[in-house]
Design a binder for this molecule. Structure first.
Ligand code: FES
Ligand code: FES
Length: 192
């Protein structure tokens, strides 16, 4: 990792939510500064600034980190994911949908960090138990909800995501049968 002398500036590049970006950083900048001020990605929040609240959680190479503790230069050449990257093609991520449906959001300050910790967990462990979920978000503090709805939302999202994967793989492996369902003659195609 490049170290900057006090007062020095440098340009660094890294991937954010799938896109390469180049930003100017100053000595002492943290990843959260670059995201919020340099790139205007204000989803990650600064609560405590000392690694205690988890409001600033983002993924660095797939692992949940407190972006208030990561020196900006440490992200050079690496991949960062923020809450802004969760929704795809105009559709909310299943975690976001589940948080809304389970009323797991009140003031919302902790939500981006919670979502990113949950996203990292489900990627690593697609079927987490409530205890595993509680452990995974133990570094994310919420002053409003009492955690119960948050854990239920994450549990539900994990269930939906594995159901979606199952449905997709069934659809892919039963291509001709779908033709039949739609009125086509799949047998003809199969036996020709
Ligand atoms: S702002 Fe980073 S842990 Fe609180
Ligand atoms: S919803 Fe307010 S801190 Fe969690």
């Amino acid at each position: 990792m490049k170290q900057l002398e006090p007062g020095a500036k440098a340009t660094m590049s890294f991937k954010v939510n799938g896109n390469m970006v180049e930003v100017e950083v100053s000595a002492g900048d943290r990843l959260i500064d670059v995201l919020r001020e340099g790139l205007r990605l204000t989803g990650a929040k600064e609560g405590c600034g000392i690694g205690e609240c988890g409001a600033c959680t983002v993924l660095l190479d797939g692992r949940a980190v407190n972006s208030c503790l990561v020196p900006a230069m440490q992200a050079e050449g690496r991949e960062v994911e923020t809450v802004e990257g969760l929704a795809k093609d105009g559709r909310l991520h299943p975690l976001q949908e589940a948080f809304i449906e389970h009323t797991a959001v009140q003031c919302g300050f902790c939500t981006p960090g919670m979502l990113m910790s949950a996203a990292a967990l489900i990627r690593e462990n697609p079927h987490p138990t409530r205890e595993e979920i509680a452990r995974a978000i133990s570094g994310n503090l919420c002053r409003c909800t009492g955690y119960h709805q948050i854990i239920s939302a994450i549990e539900d999202a994990a269930r939906r995501m594995s159901q979606e994967r199952f449905d997709r793989s069934r659809l892919e492996s039963s291509g001709p049968a779908v033709t039949e369902d739609l009125g086509g003659s799949s047998d003809e195609h199969r036996h020709k």
